[in-house]
Design a binder for this molecule. Structure first.
Ligand code: PLP
Length: 384
């Protein structure tokens, strides 16, 4: 049976777009102004209010946001940027794109984010920045991160693509820190289909961000135009911004629903004694995480099959899963730069065995139970 044919197929994620937003998009489409305009300005203002009044600029992806932050920080050839090997490859690709060198630091296997205990050993004279990633929405310890950055005079570009709605010590991610980059890709906790936002430190940085966003252009008066740097074509459309504006007011509700479902996962896994099977669950965090994903790490040593086969059986049972992510340093491009198997054992283990289970606001407790019972049955069936 194909995925499309099953009415009860549970995808690993699904956006929630309400009718009011759909009507709002139709209005924008009829308005005569569909690319960057008033909706983008309104989206930026509302994001800025959410980020404690800091300057925010929106873009057409959460990838270009990070590349632009690196450019604003003046990072380029000869510079090193410390980051994690367990993330979407965009995180390190942007470092290569500006001509700098990614320096990977292994993850902490419990949090699955960059191991801050190992960061300082990776700092050299060439290090200019740290680019941490809040995998699955679990924030990297901001207090320790900024202590390290301050001690070594480093910029921080927070890849908070997955952490919109997460907090640190009660403050929203984005309202504190140096550069903060968000993604509003379709799978994120709030979406504008494709898009991103960069939180900046001051108006001078915001003006540079605007230049990098659109061909390096600056305007003055009625007809004045100049170009003094090479920018790109990274502007967001008003249609996309209107989707984002419909999502923002629902953030708290979405986050609460995700937390409730995450709690249900923990309860169900405990009830089915998943610990005995060697399955690693995520950190139990109901204070800071936005629960962008619920990820388990399969017990490789206790299984006769690999992850792909577990995914296939879940799929056959009508359950979608995802892999976020394979370890970056083992991709061909990165191997060509000299990385190899064994460089970052924790990231490699997670990269081979991590599995994203379904989690989205309109899911039910019964859906969670179905995922857990099915997964536990598969793990028992293929136990080594
Ligand atoms: C951790 C991380 N970084 C960066 C990105 C890039 O965002 P975008 O797809 O909006 O370019 C994503 C999106 O999937 C992500 O999850």
């Amino acid at each position: 049976m194909t995925t499309a044919a099953r009415s009860d197929y549970l995808p690993f994620t699904r956006p929630t777009i309400d009718d009011e937003t759909i009507a709002g998009v139709a209005e924008v489409l009829r308005s005569g102004w569909i690319t960057t305009g008033p909706q983008v300005a309104k989206f930026e203002a509302q994001l800025s209010a959410y980020c404690g009044g800091r300057p925010v600029r929106v873009f057409n992806s959460g990838t270009c946001t990070m590349e632009i932050a690196l450019r604003i920080a003046g990072i380029g050839p000869g510079d090193e940027v410390i980051t994690t090997p367990l993330t979407w490859v965009a995180t390190s690709n942007v470092i290569l794109a500006v001509g700098a060198k990614p320096v990977f630091v292994d993850i902490n296997p419990i949090t699955r984010t960059i191991d801050l205990d190992r960061v300082e050993a990776a700092v050299t004279k060439a290090t200019k920045a740290i680019l941490p990633v809040d995998l699955a929405g679990l924030p990297v310890d901001r207090t320790r991160l900024y202590e390290i950055a301050k001690r070594h005079h480093l910029r921080v570009i927070e890849d908070a693509a997955q952490a919109f709605g997460s907090t640190w010590r009660g403050q929203p991610i984005g309202s504190i820190g140096d550069f903060v980059s968000f993604s509003f890709h379709a799978n994120k906790n709030i979406t504008c289909i494709e898009g991103g936002a960069l939180v900046l430190n001051n108006e001078a940085e915001a003006r540079l961000a605007e230049q990098y966003r659109l061909q390096g252009v600056t305007r003055s008066g009625r007809d004045g135009m100049d170009v003094n740097l090479v920018g790109g074509k990274f502007n967001l459309t008003d249609v996309a911004a209107r989707v984002g504006l419909g999502q923002l007011p629902r953030l708290a509700e979405f986050t609460a629903a995700r937390r409730t479902l995450a709690e249900a996962y923990f309860e169900c896994f405990a009830a089915f004694a998943a610990d005995d099977l060697g399955l690693q669950l995520p950190v139990v965090d109901f204070a800071t995480s936005n629960w962008h994903m619920f990820q388990v790490v399969l017990p490789e040593q206790h299984l006769r099959v690999k992850r792909a086969e577990v995914m296939e059986h879940l799929h056959a049972a009508g359950i979608g899963t995802g892999v976020h992510y394979p370890a970056i340093h083992l991709f061909s491009l990165y191997r060509r730069h000299g990385w190899k198997d064994g460089d970052f054992p924790h990231a490699e283990y997670a990269g081979r065995n991590i599995l994203t289970l379904p989690l989205f606001p309109t899911m039910t407790r019964d859906d969670v139970k179905r995922v857990v019972t099915t997964l536990v049955a598969i793990l028992k069936q293929f136990r080594a």
